[in-house]
Ligand binder design. Structure first.
Ligand code: NAD
Length: 484
């Protein structure tokens, strides 16, 4: 067995261990198809121990002061930074993304953890003025309990960092069900927390059959909150399971982001920035721009500039020097993308693909434009979650906004314009949890990150993300009248 072969274990009550029944799942490199590791497949026996350990970990973690929790979280963030280089190699091999993007993700995750650690120190209680004399009304924010967090493979570390960071800052313990496609890099994140001194059971890590694990954990009495990032259908299913248990959820689901390019836009900047945002992580980003809505007066010019940018992409294995786009994560995703493009082609779309060489093996998908799409095409309704941009034209801003708001999704939206009034109107009228105009600055930890409608609810950024892991309690006390 190659020494690069990684066996990822479960983290149960502070111990790294194999599954109780020894079951594993294979892990593949999407750039080559080779098996590069395996991951432990938890059974109910493991999950029962994890839940018990998390209950104990919660009791210890919540009893620490916010300052002590912050110190541990800051240490974990620093360990992650120190280890970023080797971890980025692990991530690139199992997920496919270019090394540079893996490094950026890991360093961003360290920043997220640090931010939330600090935010936990500002989780202030409140005193509300009372209507009667000598009455004190205290509003307490207390940790909600053990959180079950389900995270996907597109950002194997950062998706977990957001959930862990916000929950730990509030004093909660977290059981992470990390992605089986990309298990080894998340384990390194959890290792950083263990090495930083987080109490046993305050963080746990499991893999296995996602449906079985979510059903088990959501129903478990120890688990008090559910947090999920993934597709809308799975999110609705998990929210329903949680609803049956009266447990709150944070749901960060799919998107189908419009990118409106107005007639007064800086086209060079728009083409360059939208290309970078579209093809980052091979388009497997919930906030990736997908529906390009171009004012008809600039459409041809923008498409030419955008194609030039696409032709500059370098496709290959993430570990290769200079590669800017890797493979998609799995054959499952490759097949899904091929089906969407075949459907669009059959229904009359013009398919244009970047003139760049693709490796002969692995899950590579060429950067693709779908021109003249119609509403009957699946890709105009479903999130492609890959390197596909759909190009349509509009004549009036009202038309553009109507198309932007057509779908049940409402996660991210983008626009390029130099008109301040248009900026303001778009900010108000586009139904999206996040709108970036003339740039792509979404995702820093101190601002909200979340969607509306079928894109989910709750936020994974800012102080609200920490508060979402608390219970609000009122303690109202009538004291004796004070006298010396
Ligand atoms: P999928 O819906 O099968 O899985 C998405 C994620 O959810 C995976 O990590 C998977 O392990 C998990 N999952 C699936 N069923 C689950 C269950 N019953 N309980 C708990 N977790 C469960 O889709 P996929 O093929 O892996 O990815 C494709 C779709 O997922 C995309 O089209 C996109 O909409 C969505 N996705 C979204 C994000 C995001 O950042 N919002 C990330 C990854 C995938």
């Amino acid at each position: 067995m190659s020494q690069d072969f990684i066996s990822t274990q479960l983290l149960v009550a502070g111990h790294w261990q194999d599954a109780a029944d020894g079951r594993t799942l294979p892990v593949f490199n999407p750039a080559t198809g080779a098996q590069i590791g395996q991951v432990a497949h938890a059974s109910e026996k493991d999950l029962a121990r994890v839940a018990e350990g998390a209950a104990q970990g919660f009791a210890v973690w919540r009893a620490l002061t916010a300052w002590d929790r912050f110190l541990i979280m800051r240490r974990a963030a620093n360990l992650l930074r120190e280890r970023a280089e080797p971890i980025s190699r692990i991530m690139s091999r199992e997920q496919g993304k270019p090394l540079e993007q893996a490094l950026l993700e890991i360093n961003a995750a360290a920043g997220v953890i640090e931010y939330f650690g600090e935010e936990g120190r500002r989780l202030n209680d409140a005193l509300i003025p009372a209507r009667a004399p000598n009455v004190e009304q205290r509003v307490l924010h207390r940790p909600i309990g053990v959180v079950a967090a389900f995270t996907p493979w597109n950002f194997p570390i950062n998706q977990i960092a957001r959930k862990l960071g916000a929950a730990l800052a509030a004093g909660c313990a977290v059981i992470v069900k990390a992605p089986e496609d990309t298990p080894a890099s998340p384990a390194e994140l959890l290792r950083a927390f263990c090495d930083a001194g987080v109490p046993a059971g305050a963080v746990s890590l499991v893999y296995g059959n996602p449906a079985e694990i979510s059903e088990y954990l959501i129903a478990h009495p120890v688990v008090r909150k559910i947090s999920f990032t993934g597709s809308t259908p799975v999110g609705k299913h998990l929210a329903a399971l949680a609803g049956a248990q009266m447990k709150p959820v944070t749901m960060e689901l799919g998107g189908h982001a419009p990118a409106i390019v107005c007639e007064d836009a800086d086209l060079d900047s728009a083409a360059q920035r939208l290309c970078a945002a579209k093809f980052r992580n091979a388009g497997q980003v919930c906030i990736a721009p997908t529906r390009f809505l171009l004012h008809k007066s600039i459409a041809a010019s923008f498409v030419e500039k955008f194609k030039m940018q696409m032709n500059r992409l370098k496709i290959g294995q993430g570990l290769e020097e200079g590669v800017t786009m890797g493979p998609v994560v799995s054959e499952r995703r490759l097949n899904a993308l091929n089906e969407l493009v075949a459907d669009a082609r059959e229904k009359g779309a013009i398919i244009w693909q970047a003139d760049v060489p693709l490796p002969n093996e692995g899950c590579f998908f060429a950067p693709t434009l779908v021109l003249n799409p119609t509403l009957s095409m699946r890709v105009m309704q479903e999130e492609p979650f890959g390197p596909i941009a759909l190009v349509s034209e509009f004549s009036t801003m009202a038309e553009a906004v109507q198309e932007a708001n057509r779908l049940p999704y409402g996660l991210a939206a983008y626009a390029y314009t130099r008109n301040e009034r248009t900026e303001r109107l778009l900010g108000e009228q586009v139904d999206a949890g996040m709108i970036a105009i003339n740039h792509h600055g979404l995702g820093v930890p101190e601002v909200p990150f979340g969607g509306m409608k079928d894109s989910g609810y709750g936020t994974e950024g800012g102080p609200e993300a920490v508060r979402a892991h608390t219970l609000i309690k009122l303690v109202s006390v009538e004291h004796d009248a004070p006298e010396f």
